[in-house]
Design a protein around this ligand. Structure first.
Ligand code: RIB
Ligand code: CA
Length: 314
């Protein structure tokens, strides 16, 4: 029996976030306790709307969706319409959501859920800036030892950054929140650009999604056709990296991934390198190891997993 996971998804959709949410909702191994919106790729009022659009596309209007932080803990919000488009889900046309947004603030939902459930039973899956998690830790530091683990899409070492030469978007937007998370003693798995850049949205892979012949398959193909153009031009590759679904795929099939336990510290002060994940991959310091840093993925199996799971949506 595949292991099951009780998860909270914290996200800033974004086309790649949307595919990660679909993968989670299609997978019976995952019990989605709630989905929390954070400002990131686009402002908060769009991210919480986009989450609900995706839930309704998946036929899951009962999923509880919460609005969280509309700006980073200390810095000014930096958004990425230049990659994801004005709505954050450019490429596919989806109807405005009709399912409700929960009244409770996302940060309070995260705290309440962790404290009300058995020790080490909840996994946080973060697909955007870590603002909601940072705020939750600041408000209720007692959640840290209660968490099972946190799987984070963010950071980069061998691939550098994608917003500055050294900083990846999710960490760059809120480095102060990221520092709180990486310093909290929570078991962390990081999906950095080092691994997501090995999972490219090639034409054949996008066509396979389109060939599903379903609303979901069509939306996924249209999102990727739009989303990949920026990185294809930047990196000169057939397709762009598919980031966020790696977080969910790791929970479903960890055997597809390889990495090592290392120390990761977040730069929050330097104007030149703020938001950099200073990953001690070669253990040249004596800083305590605090994160599993993933560098490799079986990319064919990763895309096959997504394709197979999305078939559940008729
Ligand atoms: O750097 C990639 C990350 O930033 C992904 O999570 C993408 O959705 C954006 O949020
Ligand atoms: Ca994201």
């Amino acid at each position: 029996m595949a292991s099951t996971h009780d998860i909270i998804i914290d996200t800033d959709p974004g086309q790649d976030d949307a595919i990660a949410i679909l993968l989670a909702l299609a997978s019976t191994e995952l019990n989605v306790l709630g989905i929390t919106a954070v400002a990131g790729n686009v402002p908060l009022e769009l991210t919480h709307s986009n989450i609900r659009k995706v839930c309704e596309l998946a036929g899951s209007p009962d999923i509880k969706v919460y609005a969280g932080a509309d700006k980073p803990m200390k810095r000014t919000l930096f958004t990425a319409e230049y990659v994801h488009g004005e709505t954050g889900l450019n490429g596919a046309q989806l109807p405005e959501p009709t399912m409700p947004l929960q009244e409770q603030h996302a940060v309070d939902f995260i705290i309440e859920t962790i404290l009300s459930r058995p020790d080490q039973s909840v996994t946080l899956c973060t697909l955007g800036p870590l603002t909601n998690i940072g705020l939750a830790l600041a408000k209720a530091p007692e959640i840290a030892p209660r968490l099972k683990n946190i799987v984070i899409m963010g950071g980069g070492l061998f691939e550098g950054g994608n917003v500055t030469p050294t900083a990846e978007f999710n960490i760059y937007v809120d480095p102060d929140a990221a520092k709180l998370v990486f310093d909290a003693g929570i078991p962390i798995v990081v999906m950095p650009l080092d691994v997501t850049h090995k999972a490219l949205t090639t034409t054949a892979r996008i066509d396979a999604f389109r060939s599903l012949g379903t609303k979901v398959g069509k939306a996924v193909a249209e999102w990727l056709d739009f989303f990949e153009r920026f990185d294809e031009e930047k990196y000169g590759t057939d397709g762009g990296p598919l980031h966020d679904p790696n977080v969910i795929a790791y929970l479903l099939k960890p055997e597809l991934y390889a990495g090592r336990h290392i120390n990761v510290v977040i730069e929050t002060q330097s104007d030149l390198t703020v938001g950099t994940t200073v990953a001690d991959y070669w253990h040249v310091t004596d800083r305590a190891k605090n994160a599993v840093w993933i560098t490799d993925v079986d990319d064919d199996a990763f895309y096959q997993l997504i394709l197979e799971r999305l078939e559940v949506f008729k």
